[in-house]
Write a protein that binds this ligand. Structure first.
Ligand code: ADP
Ligand code: ZN
Length: 299
């Protein structure tokens, strides 16, 4: 790392979403020094712009949180590649390689939801915890999972937004997932709410039946995560969670779904167990900073 201490290094952070690329430079303590966004154009156009931005900002390392599915296992030949995506030009694209070949700095690479989880676990409401689930409910549903301080990869990375749920008999469903009739994303993502009730979710705030059903599906999914991952805290984000009335409904339904089978102090205080995200929509970009820091430190 030369003469710079970890406190002084300039860490590049790239939150690569399906519609926009957020670029930032931060310090290891999570301070964001500068930030700029650009549209997610085809790779041939946007990659040179991204590389130019980071090299002109003199970064010592980079952390990338990419839209998935994408290769996150360093031992896989597809590490750093974008996998199945309808986004023009991105399918099968070597995202990580195209950035490292231009920048030549240590670079960490993970999914957008895993970096959001990392941001909260490093700088936010899950600091000091080592098993954490971060769930985003927006246009799609995705979960980032940290186990013993490491983001979970395995074969690919978790796709916990597509677990199958029990659909309420009166709910016609109309899944928005092209793969599954009854998966969590298909039944409960923002576009699913809109398809079912005929209006954008934000315009349904005063319809209790909408949030009753929505919280039912969210609670089913969270109960499964509790049982499978044994998280110490679950963090909820994404546009749909702006409906704050969902939180308490979800908390009480998770308690009901678990039906007393697990007893742990965490589950006795649902208000601190299931929480909204805490970094004012900066959890992703701050997680990229930590990812870059880890890459530089060789962690
Ligand atoms: P994305 O998932 O595309 O990154 P968001 O997390 O903002 O973006 O999610 C967008 C989805 O969230 C849309 O389906 C939208 O209907 C829904 N949404 C956005 N704001 C609200 C709100 N205040 N209340 C309910 N749903 C919302
Ligand atoms: Zn699905």
């Amino acid at each position: 790392m030369g003469e710079k201490s970890m406190g002084q290094v300039r860490i590049g952070a790239l939150e690569a979403g399906g519609t926009k690329m957020v670029c930032a430079v931060g310090l290891a303590d999570g301070t964001i020094l500068e930030q700029e966004s650009m549209p997610t154009d085809v790779p041939e156009k946007v990659i040179p712009k991204l590389a130019e931005w980071f090299s002109s900002h003199d970064v010592d390392a980079l952390g990338i949180g990419a839209f998935g599915p994408t290769g996150v296992n360093p031992r896989s030949p597809k590490y750093g590649y974008v996998l199945e995506t309808p986004k023009s030009g991105w399918r099968g694209f070597d995202f990580l390689g195209s950035m490292t070949s231009r920048l030549g700095v240590p670079t960490g690479y993970d999914t957008d939801v895993n970096v959001a989880c990392l941001g909260e676990a490093t700088y936010g409401c899950a600091r000091g915890l080592d098993v954490v689930v971060y769930l985003t409910i927006g246009t799609g549903i995705g979960a980032g999972v940290m186990i013993d301080g490491h983001l979970l990869h395995g074969m690919l990375h978790p796709e916990a937004g597509h677990i199958l749920l029990g659909r309420r008999p009166a709910d016609p469903g109309h899944s928005v997932c092209p793969y599954h009739e009854d998966c969590f994303e298909g039944l409960a993502a923002g576009p699913s709410i809109e398809r079912r009730w005929g209006k954008p979710a934000v315009e349904l705030a005063d319809r209790p039946e909408v949030w009753e059903l929505e919280s039912d599906y969210i609670a089913q999914a969270l109960s499964t995560y509790v049982l499978c991952y044994s998280p110490q805290r679950i963090i909820l984000g994404g546009g749909v969670m702006k409906q704050m009335q969902l939180l308490d409904l979800v908390r009480s339904k998770v308690t009901a779904d678990l039906a007393g089978y697990i007893s742990a102090p965490e589950l006795e205080d649902m208000d601190t167990y299931i929480v909204p995200n805490s970094l004012h929509e900066r959890q992703g970009i701050m997680g990229c900073v930590e990812l870059g820091r880890r890459a530089l430190a060789g962690e």
